[in-house]
Write a protein that binds this ligand. Structure first.
Ligand code: AHG
Ligand code: MN
Ligand code: MN
Length: 336
């Protein structure tokens, strides 16, 4: 019987050995604590009347804020601030960066960018949602922490992960040495290794896009979608369209089964909708570590130099053969 290792034990043993990684492991534990608390909040939401919008509030992106967006944001801020293992955060739910001024956090080596609750439009209908996070190293631990310290290209991420709150709560992490997943045992309230060294299938037969935006997309994206819908035995087309509306759920399915997730630029959203620092970058790091690819249509997501903490990017991410296939359409002179 394989030894049941917790996330902490597995990372300590295999991926983050040595004293220099103790703070990073502790930071991942702070995230794990908040994930357990959010999972409990979600499971009880319909009973505790925390479903629904937060008094009609809009966030800095002009999107409706759900009560659980605020609850999740507060739980992650509390755990990260009290844990003392990161100096500050960028959160989707806060317009500006939040720097932690307590004595311990001020000397921490790390910064966190986080989407506390991803897919919140699905909360009221019990469809899986998630948390997405990216961990960066502070450029200097002597100076104070500034907004510009967060504006690092995605290839400089130290770690990234997501938690998917679905039929089970699963914590997926990369520290740059492959991708592993840990499933929450609800009785013991501990995450145990359940998927070791995940590799995304090179080929996939599912594409994931909001088809309702079809006529808003560039011609190249429209042509790719039409290509997916054509019948062709050899390439097992037509592909299946799967779209949950939670990036975490669509990426998790693609990671395990193969597939291509698309959030393209469109007439109404010229830079797409998903944010670089805490949605595109962490997911790109994870998928690349699992052997997949992630581009913005022109270049690798992880090579984008950010200029603002909430900037958006188009994203085409998933199985390497599928990303290469859509790249042919995106770069073709026929459609551009
Ligand atoms: P969030 O709930 O954090 O704002 O993220 C929602 C995002 C992402 O999860 C999902 O892929 C996308 O919004 C769906 O957008 P559309 O409803 O426009 O397709
Ligand atoms: Mn999101
Ligand atoms: Mn969110």
């Amino acid at each position: 019987m394989k030894e049941k290792l917790t996330a902490y034990q597995y990372l300590l043993k295999d991926k983050l050995t040595g004293d220099k990684n103790r703070e990073l492991i502790a930071l991942l534990k702070d995230i794990k604590l908040a994930a357990r608390q959010v999972s409990k909040e979600l499971n009880n939401a319909s009973l505790d009347n925390t479903i629904g919008d937060f008094m009609g509030n809009k966030n800095s992106h002009g999107e409706d804020v759900k009560k659980l967006d605020v609850i999740a944001n507060n739980l992650f801020i509390k755990s990260l601030e009290n844990g003392g293992n990161c100096a500050g955060i960028v959160s989707e739910e806060r317009e500006k960066v939040l720097i932690f001024n307590n004595e311990v956090s001020k000397n921490s080596k790390y910064l966190v960018c986080i989407d506390p609750l991803d897919g919140s439009s699905n909360l009221d209908v019990n469809v899986p949602v998630g948390t997405i996070f990216s961990i960066l190293k502070r450029p200097s631990i002597i100076d104070k922490t500034y907004t510009k310290d967060f504006l690092q290209i995605g290839s400089r991420q130290v770690a990234a992960g997501y938690i998917i709150y679905g039929s089970s709560t699963i914590y997926v992490i990369t520290v740059g040495k492959g991708v592993d997943a840990f499933t929450l045992d609800p009785i013991v309230q501990e995450f145990y290794l359940s998927h070791e060294n995940i590799k995304i299938p090179k080929k996939g037969h599912m594409y994931s896009v909001n088809q309702g935006n079809f006529y808003e997309f560039p011609l190249s994206v429209q042509e790719y979608i039409r290509w997916c819908e054509q019948k062709d035995e050899k390439t097992k087309r037509p592909y299946s369209l799967r779209y949950v509306g939670s990036m975490v759920a669509d990426i998790h399915r693609s990671l395990l089964k193969g597939g291509l997730f698309i959030y393209s630029a469109s007439k109404k959203a010229p830079n797409g909708k998903l944010r670089l620092m805490y949605e595109c970058n962490p997911m790109a790091f994870i998928i690349e570590q699992a052997g997949g690819l992630a581009i913005d249509g022109k270049k690798r997501i992880l090579d984008i130099s950010p200029s603002s903490i909430h900037q958006k990017s188009p994203i085409f991410i998933g199985s390497s053969d599928m990303v290469k296939q859509i790249s042919k359409f995106l770069k073709s002179k026929l459609f551009n």
